[in-house]
Every structure is written in structure tokens, then in C-alpha cells.
Write a protein that binds this ligand. Sequence first.
Ligand code: GLC
Ligand code: CA
Length: 553
Amino acid sequence: MSTDFRRSTVYQIYPKSFCDTNGDGLGDLRGVIGKLDYIQKLGVDYIWLTPFFVSPQNDNGYDVEDYYRIDPRYGTMEDVEELIAEAAKRGIGLMFDMVFNHVSTRHEWFRRAMEGDPYYKDFFFFRKGKENGEPPTNWESKFGGSAWQYVEKFDEYYLHLFDVTQADLNWDNENVRKEVQKIVRFWMDKGVKGFRFDVVNLISKAAFEDDDAGDGRRFYTDGPNIHKYLKELHDTTFGTDAQIVTVGEMSSTSIENCYRYAGRDTGELSMVFSFHHLKVDFMGNEKWVLVPADFQKLKNIIFQWQTGMAEHDAWNAVFWCNHDQPRVVSRFGSEGRYWKESAKMLATIIHCLRGTPYVYQGEEIGMTNTDFTEISQFRDVESLNHYQILQDKGLSASDALRIVQIHSRDNGRTPMQWDDSRYAGFTAEDGAEPWIGVNGNHDRINARQQLEDADSIFHYYRQLIALRKELPVIALGDIEPMAEHHPCVFAYRRTYEGHELIVAANFYGRTGEWKEAPDLTGFKRVIGNYAEESRPEGGVWSLRPYEASVWYR
Ligand code: GLC
Ligand code: CA
């Protein structure tokens, strides 16, 4: 395991959809243990596991009821300890997912608050409504509807930026911050090597005022005390152990704030996830629409974050996929004839950037969006809410379904496709039906087949991950965008102490001409998704459909 996060790669597991060992249709921790050899083959340094703490599972574990106990559906504390130990044997560190913006309304703190205990009421945001009977502010929940829930007993509302069963914690209360620190230290003592902090830039709320221009996010995103709270968390917990790597999930953040969240010497976090590059198929912030992906915008955003963070000596997490995103091969690549080429092309772009790459389970075998045809097949609370909201706005059921099919988080949550058996090897063939439907294409797209095929997407990821370790220019080099305005080429140059790397990709399924292509004299191709090399001729590089290659000197 590389303890330098700049040279590392992280594999993300959504345990509920990864591997089920007891046939109840839900993935579990023993399933993760059983697949550690597979993960080790990829060559990653860390595994980020999404939450498996006790939870009513209204948001699949992002609604935590008890941070110190394991949800029995996932396993036991012994399983967690074994997982940490078995991963360590394979040179892999565990990163746990800490959800501290909110707790489940079944958490003891919230229950006590609801009993009227003033100490715990101050752990949350209880506020009076407006005189006209409306909630305290017009803010919207990220999952749809008002962000406030009325509690008759108090004639007050509590704030929930997400589901109504996810109550926002009041970080301005020092007792909340102390409890959070205790939880982080508890898991550090168990040997956890990293943390991912869920929507952590939302923890500091500014004024509770109506937002005339939006959904309220400007009042709680990158809020007034955010840097103070992160520094304090750093200093009192993971900052005492230089080996621990941290990543903050930053919702609708600004790059200026990220210079500080993830600056080398700012004493906050190792790196950040930002999402602007994954809104290029939205209409502004509105996700529930059908809009073609804007390639120019995608490049602008990625390059702006790459060069901006580098100039400020700050570090990005780089990624296309996670459990909240559609599958990238369906989104920006192709499920058809060029499925394999496009999946490899997209991987090439991410894995040679300046930042720590994250691979989300199934991405390494080119898993696609769901093939669901009915709303009853979807599970995600956000998708189900918006399916209704879209129809309330006047869309037909079939138009609403179409939008959900494209944007649903469930696209990333169907069971991992291990083989071509009935349930894709996620659960035993005679086991219970998986909690969410298996994609019918697991007969073609599965890990078993790809492990055997030297030309598979899996082996391409493995090579990219190894390349980052071999060539310091990938981990440590500067970055310079190329072909910035080209309509189909995504390209950049990396440089480090006399070493040079050029990454060139055709983002589309037709041949593209790159005029004024770089001179590759003295370079050798270190990886590419076509067996036969192509090079510029007379300054013009003709790139085949979804072709990507990396050149080094
Ligand atoms: C993050 C998680 C997402 C969850 C939300 C609320 O965005 O990645 O899955 O629903 O936070 O906790
Ligand atoms: Ca299970």
C-alpha cells in the first residue's frame, strides 16, 4: 500500500450491492472479505466502504442510527475487524464513510430531542414557522419538497437538507462536535486508515432566511464556520496520524473553498470530491431534465479544477462514478459497438490526471445503467420522490420515467456482476431475490469473463493503476490542458523533472482529426485502447472512435 495518497488509487464499495454471502439478497461485509483477492488484483491502495452502521436504511445507511454499531444486515463488529485485518494483509487500507451533517431520526440524540430534552434539542435545528403558517424558510430538501418538517408537539420545525428521516446536526453546538470527534477516534483505534466525510461542506449553516434566488443552498454551502470546524476535527482526530487519508464530499462547492479544504498545509483534509463536472448533463443545478452532455463545459470544468488546485497546492479526488451517479460508460461513452473502447477511454482520462483516482465497483468491468422499465423496480428515495414531483409539474408518467432512468442513483446501485449465473454471482442462485434488480446484461458483462480476457476493461484499469505507481509524472507532475476548444479531443500534458506525458482521447464514436497535434518524436506509447498505435502524421492526428492513448518521454 502506498501511504502517499498522491500515488494511491481508491476502490469504492457499496456493500449492499457488492456481494451477498448469506442469501438474504443484501450484500454484506463477509462478501467484501471474500472479494479482497479480486480487489487486490486491481492494485488499489484503499477501499472506501459506504456506511454499514445501524440504520433504518431509508437512504441506504446514510441515515445513521448508531455510529458505534454494525447493522446486523451487513454483519458484526468481528466482521469489520476481520475485514480491516485481511485488507491490511493485502496492503489495502480501509476508508470509512462518516455521515456527520445529519443523523437518522432514530438516532438516540434525535429521540431524546423529541422527548423535549433541551440538551439534545440543541443538537438539531428546531425553529418556529413563519407567522403565515409556512416553514421557517423556503429551502428545499435535496431529495425534493421542503427542508423543514413540522413537529406538532413543539409547534416547531426541524431542518433536514436530505430525507425527512435525516435530521441536520447543529455543528455550532460544541457538544455535537465533541461527539463527532469521539466517533472518529473510535474508528481510528480500530485501525481504519482513512475517512470519507459525507456532504461535509454543508455542516455550517449561515442565516435561516428565505432564498429568493434559489433553493437555499447558498445559506448552508461552504458556510461561515466550515474551515474552523474542519480544522478542529483535523487537529483533534485524524490530524494526529500522518498515515490517515481523508476526502471530503463537497456539495455545490467553490474552488476557492477547496483550495483550503484540501491545501497541502491548510490542516483540513487530504482531498476533495467536487461535482461540477458531473452536472454537464443538467440544466444548471436541475438534474431532473434530459439534456445532452456538454463536452466543452466538461473540459472547461475539469481543466479549471486541475490547474486551479495545482496552483494552490491543493489536491483533487478524480472520478466519474460513485453510488450517486449513473454509470459513466452509459453517460459519456457507449453501451453499443464501442462499449469496451469507450470505457477504456474514459478510464484513461481520469487515471492520468493530477489527483487521486477513485474506481467505483463495477466501473472496472464497464457496468452500464440499469435496464429497468418500470418505476416499481427503482429503490432510491430521491428517484421515487422526483418521479412524483415531475408528474406533479405536469409531465406524463412515461416522460418522468425516462428522466429517472437516465439520472437515477440506482443506475450505480444494481448488484455487482461477478458472473453469468442467475443473480450474477451477487447472491446464490437459490438465494433470495436481490434487493434491487440485476442488470440483464450480466451474461456479457461480468468479472469472471474479464479476469480471463487479457484485453478486458478490468485489465486495462489494472494497468492504469500500475502506471501511476511506475511513472512519478502521473502522480506528481504539473498539468497543462491541450486542444482546449477541440470539439471531440480531450488531451493534456503532464510534466515532472524532465519527464513528459501526453494523454490524447477522442471523446466520441466517430473518427476525429486533431490538427496541430503534438510532435511525438522520442515518445513511446505506454498504454492505449487500440492494439495498433496511431500517431500524428504531418501534424494531424486522426483518432479512431473513442481512441485513447498515453505517451511518455
Ligand atoms: C451524500 C451521499 C448520498 C447521500 C447523501 C446524504 O451525497 O453520497 O448517497 O444520500 O450524502 O447523506
Ligand atoms: Ca447478506
